[in-house]
Design a protein around this ligand. Structure first.
Ligand code: HAM
Length: 430
């Protein structure tokens, strides 16, 4: 037998409704914030991530799935969604459409990391990216959208942490201070961080090695180096969050693992899913569009890991909206009954009702047992007497009530029942 590759997961038929619930909730939030869906390819030219995400990040340096295609071009399975969204924005000239351009996406992402709870090699993100606004209100709105999403999933066990990592102007002074701090400690850093010290000392703060993390504890913090513009921007974001009553803590240690960020960065973190506690992360990236060949367009976004959300929901007993399942099972008592069941099922399905019939040559008794097993909400047996009277006895499985229904009004009967069921279900989730 061939096994599933390490760090990947199947979604089984009886679990997929959980994915559906998370995705539907995400779409509902996207709709409320006027975000439009985008889809970008699963693979891009490697250079996009090298230039976009940054050569000194772990993601680019160690974790990308990169290969040459048959023409010798270097291709990479996307490790995240932002770089592709920015390429799409530039390549399709979206900068000339009315700004801001507000987008969202679902995407698989691939990172060659050591798999553990909440850390996979293929995982999935719901992300949003807003292009064209430099207003701190947009930062706040993006955070509100993430928060609304988590709330609508029923999650409560998480906290919001924010930070500002400044712009290239304040970063220059900060990098200098970091170099001065790390230089005397260089010998104790891991080889990768020794290299980072030359190229991009900020990345040392993000190193997963314990010895580097210990050295980082007393390193200078970016918040002490913000220029006036970045400090004012951060104050305004905080003010907007405060006005809206959004709870957060300022965590000066958040630097994020990707190079494109400027100014506001944030993470929603939980302690209920093990070491990989970040369920959602994002921030502003005002220079990335220009850096990848577009005009100067500020942008901001976030991405939430669907598998981590699922884990947190399961660990904290959140409810997933369960699928409606089989509305009616039509059991055939004999040849003519089976024929009628199949025709009726098609009429019902055409009206959006989930109808099932027997394909396993089961006896009526076995069909009814099966109908019960798959949770059919209604059951009707069709035999020669039902065909003759053109009337079915439709049994509601929850309480055994039987209702005589004429075959030509079965569709209306079932449509009413489906509506009632959906209304009751929506009510129960409130
Ligand atoms: P990120 O923090 O690298 O940011 O990833 C976002 C989320 O993806 C994480 O918070 C986590 O939930 C999930 N995630 C990351 N790696 C894994 C993994 N190996 N296994 C399972 N889940 C994972 C970004 O990707 C940015 N593109 C977010 C962004 C959008 N910033 C601005 N716009």
């Amino acid at each position: 037998m061939i096994n599933i590759p390490k760090g990947t997961k199947d979604v089984l038929p009886d679990q997929s409704y959980k994915w559906r619930f998370i995705e539907d909730t995400a779409r509902e939030v996207a709709r409320a914030y006027n975000l439009k869906e985008i889809r970008t390819p699963t693979f891009e030219y490697t250079e996009l991530f090298q230039r976009g995400v940054g050569e000194t990040t772990d993601v680019v340096n160690k974790e990308m799935y990169t290969f040459e295609d048959k023409h010798g071009r270097s291709i990479t399975l996307k490790p995240e969604g932002t770089a592709g969204a920015v390429r799409m924005f530039i390549e399709n000239g979206l900068a000339s459409s009315p700004l801001p351009v507000k987008t969202y996406y679902f995407t698989p992402a691939f990172r060659y990391e050591r798999p553990q709870a909440g850390r996979l090699r293929e995982f999935h993100q719901f992300g949003i990216e807003i292009f064209g606004s430099e207003s701190p209100d947009t930062d706040a709105e993006v955070i509100f959208a993430a928060s609304s999403f988590l709330r609508k999933l029923g999650l409560t066990d998480y906290r919001l942490e924010i930070n500002s990592i400044g712009c290239p102007a304040c970063r220059a002074a900060y990098n200098k201070a970091l170099r001065e701090y790390f230089e005397p400690r260089k010998a104790d850093l891991c080889p990768t961080c020794q290299e980072r010290l030359e190229k991009n000392p900020l990345r040392i703060l993000d190193c997963k090695e314990e010895k580097c993390q210990a050295i980082c504890e007393d390193a200078p913090r970016i918040l002490d180096f913000l220029c006036d513009d970045c400090a004012t921007h951060f104050d305004k974001v905080r003010h907007r969050l405060d006005t809206q009553g959004m709870k957060y803590t300022v965590n000066p240690d958040i630097v994020r693992g990707l190079d494109y960020y400027t100014k506001t960065v944030f993470e929603f973190v939980s302690t209920r899913i093990g070491a990989q506690g970040t369920i959602c992360g994002g921030g502003r990236y005002d220079n990335l569009v220009e850096q990848l060949g577009g005009s100067s367009v500020p942008a901001i976004g976030f991405a939430a890991g669907i598998e981590r959300l699922m884990l947190l929901m399961e660990n904290t007993g959140c409810r997933f909206l369960e699928p409606r399942g089989v509305d009616i099972y039509l059991a055939g008592a004999d040849g003519a009954g089976r024929d009628a069941a199949m025709s009726l099922a098609e009429i019902l399905r055409d009206a959006g009702i989930c109808a099932e019939t027997d394909h396993m040559d089961r006896s009526v008794k076995a069909q009814l047992k099966y109908a019960d097993k798959i949770g059919a909400r209604f059951v009707a047996v069709i035999g020669s007497s039902e065909i003759e009277t053109k009337t079915l006895s439709v049994k509601r499985m929850s309480d055994g009530t039987e209702t005589p229904v004429r075959m030509d009004s079965l569709r209306d009967f079932m449509q009413r029942s489906v509506l009632e069921f959906m209304m009751a279900q929506a009510q129960s989730l409130k």
